[in-house]
Design a protein around this ligand. Sequence first.
Ligand SMILES: [Zn+2]
Length: 208
Amino acid sequence: MDVGSITGEVAEIPPDEVPNEVDLPRIERAVREILAAVGEDPDREGLLETPRRVARMYAELFRGLHEDPRAHLQKFFTEKYDEMVLVRDISFNSMCEHHLLPFSGQAHIGYVPNGRVVGLSKLARVVEVVSHRPQVQERMTEEIANLLIAELNVKGVAVVLEATHSCMTIRGIRKPGSICVTSAMKGIFRSNLSSRSEVMTLIYGDRR
Ligand SMILES: [Zn+2]
C-alpha cells in the first residue's frame, strides 16, 4: 500500500465519468448518517472528506448500472471457426448486494461459435459491466451466459466464476481463503458431457 492510499488521496473516477444518474450529494448525506449512526463524529478531521470519497467510489463501483453490456457484443466477425473459444482468468471485482462488500476473483468464459465470433477483449468488457452493479455471484454467472446466447447466437456457452467474498472472510462465519465457484452451462455444454468435460479441463487442467 502506498502512502496515497493510506491518506485516501488515491486516483478517483474523473468527474466526467460519473454517470448522470448517480446522485453524489445524496450518497454523501447517507454516508454521514451511517457514520453518526455507528457512534462516530462525522465532523472530526479524518472523516471530513470521507462522504465525498465514498460517493465517488460508489459511482465507480456501480457504474455498470448505467451501461448496457450488449453494446460490447454488437461488433462481431463472421468466421467458419466452430471449435471452442475460451478466455480464462478474467479478473473481476464486484459488490455483494446483500452486504455491499466486495467479492472478487476470476471469470472463465468458453463458447462454441455459430458463425460469429467477438473480439476476445469484448468478453472482458461484458464481465466489467455486469460486475459493476450490486450483484450476487450466481446471477452474474447466468447473466453473462445469457448475454452470449442472446447476442451471439452461440451453440454453447460455459461460464465459470471463482471468487472470494469479503462478507464471508471479514465478518459472519469468517472463513478466509474460501472460494465460491459458480457455473452456467448452456447449449452443447449442458447437453453434451464430453463438451462439458473438455471446457472444464481447459479451465482447470494445468492448475489443479
Ligand atoms: Zn454478502
